[in-house]
Design a protein. Structure first.
Length: 209
């Protein structure tokens, strides 16, 4: 079973509370989401492997550590996931960025892929899939499935707010994908919104209704 890590750093929790507030405007919501994404990326990258190399400082030669192994890729689930990309890039500016777009079929209610563009070097990338909300888990499950079909094997899911139902669904569908999340809320309501949640992240991020 995949691991679920709640990033409960005080700064993350403080900024998330500001985002939840109905009086938080689009500009502040966007900035806070970017800041939280950067703070969460610090935790997501905690287990990156290191290797020792020799360098020369202004004083003398020494051995020091750099990140080894695979490179990173960021894949936002459109559209709300776009708000998390710059925050991760601020921490890992060399990461490649892919995009995956999904919509829900009005008849089958199943996610349908309408766009997918990923980094080409499949074997060399650890992918971080980003989406602020983990509600039913349908979009995350589908996005990860579409990414796996293209050959990617090392995938992490990073979300802002989730609920037990969505987390359980992702774990069941993708037990190899670890989840990082800032808050696990109470439940889903009858309209499949997270309670207490923060509303529609895409609408609040882009100022649409």
């Amino acid at each position: 079973m995949s691991k679920v890590t709640v990033v409960d750093h005080p700064l993350v929790q403080h900024k998330l509370t500001l985002m939840r507030d109905i009086n938080c405007g689009t500009k502040d919501f966007r900035q806070l989401l970017e800041e939280i994404a950067m703070l969460m990326a610090y935790e997501v990258t905690r287990e990156l492997p290191l290797e020792e190399i020799e360098i020369e400082t202004p004083i003398t030669k020494c051995k020091s550590k750099i990140i080894a192994g695979k490179k990173l890729g960021i894949v936002p689930i459109l559209r709300a996931g776009l708000g998390m990309v710059d925050g991760v890039l601020a921490l890992v500016p060399t990461a490649k960025v892919g995009h995956i777009g999904l919509y829900r079929d009005p008849e089958t209610h199943l996610p349908v892929e309408y766009y997918c563009k990923l980094p080409m070097d499949v074997a060399e990338r650890d992918l971080i899939v980003v989406d602020p909300m983990l509600a039913t888990g349908g979009s995350s499950i589908a996005a990860i499935e579409f990414i796996k079909r293209r050959g990617y094997k090392s995938i992490t899911l990073m979300c802002l707010v989730g609920c037990p139902e969505g987390i359980e669904a992702v774990q069941k569908a993708h037990p190899d994908v670890n989840i990082y999340i800032a808050a696990i809320d109470e439940k889903l309501n009858e309209n499949k919104y997270i309670v207490p949640g923060l509303g529609d992240a895409g609408d609040r991020l882009f100022g649409t209704k």
